[in-house]
Ligand binder design. Structure first.
Ligand code: GDP
Length: 294
């Protein structure tokens, strides 16, 4: 994961080794290379530019510590700046009332898989998750959730095949949750191939109806900058409370992750790192920064 970015950054930092002091002249080439590496890794242009500016200002302003080399010092500054960009702290899932989690995203982003993964994660924490299928457009998606729910031992609400209204399906889901005696209900919604007004209007209505305490947007990290703009558009319409980036296992670039928080203003709460049900991880900015730096 992120291997290309990692490799390029390592190369750029190597060039700094052997210098006794951090100076404008000896870091400018490395900074240029780091900036290129970030852009190639699909980091948003402005985010990359600001990151480099901040590192430069801090690096040049700092005394070279006797105990560490200038390159280690810059790696440390870079690490801290990345942690800041990635959101600094882990953003915990709000499990308070009304214990409803709305999951949204485009088709293929990984909504259904991630809804089930999240249910498993909660179950392992001793919570009582329930899954609600609201996709009235694709019966296959409802079936998929039912199969996944069965595999992890979590009950799944399936709307009637005749139901064509997603808002009504969500409301029926709420009734079903009550009948089940309550729990943390995860509502898996329908997507589209791309963001369109109809989808957003439908999600706005579902959001109003459910009044969830969590609205999670699932985005495919492999789509890079597109994932960032999708997240921004969704957030503008349905006010997202957290992001889940999927397919980080297969993504060699991963720059979307670095731009996500900055561009959308929403914290990344989880990352998907594989197709298996256990492959959803709580997102730790600090660990991710370390991973990127290798
Ligand atoms: P939806 O249309 O948004 O509901 O997407 P799905 O949940 O059906 O996922 C689409 C495909 O992406 C499926 O084949 C999933 O197994 C796969 N997928 C989801 N999350 C991940 C992930 O984190 N890593 C990998 N490698 N594949 C994933």
């Amino acid at each position: 994961m992120l291997s290309l970015l990692q490799e390029k950054l390592e190369g750029a930092f190597k060039k700094l080794r052997g210098h006794a002091k951090i100076s404008e002249s000896n870091i400018s080439e490395s900074m240029r290379e780091i900036r290129m590496a970030l852009l190639e890794a699909d980091v948003d242009f402005k985010v990359a530019k600001d990151l480099i500016e901040n590192i430069k200002t801090k690096a040049l302003g700092e005394e070279v510590l006797r105990t560490v080399s200038p390159s280690q010092q810059i790696v440390k500054i870079f690490h801290d700046e990345m942690v800041e960009l990635l959101g600094r702290e882990t953003a915990p899932l709000d499990l308070g009332q009304p214990q409803r989690i709305l999951v949204a995203g485009l088709n293929g982003a990984g909504k259904t898989t991630t809804s089930a993964k999240l249910a498993l994660l909660l179950k392992k924490q001793g919570k009582r998750p329930l899954l609600v299928a609201c996709d009235v457009f694709r019966p296959a998606a409802v079936k998929q959730l039912a199969v996944l729910g069965e595999s992890i031992g979590v009950p799944v609400f399936q709307p009637s095949p005749d139901e064509k209204d997603a808002v009504r399906a969500a409301q029926q889901g709420m009734e079903w949750v009550k009948q089940q005696g309550g729990g943390i209900a995860i509502y898996d919604t329908a997507g589209r191939q791309e963001v369109d007004d109809e989808l957003l209007a439908e999600l706005v209505k579902i959001r109003e109806s459910l009044q969830p305490q969590e609205v999670l947007l699932v985005a495919d990290a492999a789509t890079g900058q597109q994932a960032v703009s999708v997240a921004k558009t969704f957030n503008d319409s349905i006010k997202v409370t957290g992001l889940i980036l999927t397919k980080l296992d297969g993504d060699a670039r991963g720059g979307a992750l670095l731009s996500m928080k900055q561009v959308t203003g929403c914290p990344v709460k989880f990352v998907g790192v594989g197709e298996k049900m256990e492959q959803l991880e709580v997102f730790h900015p600090d660990r991710m920064a370390q991973r990127i730096l290798g």
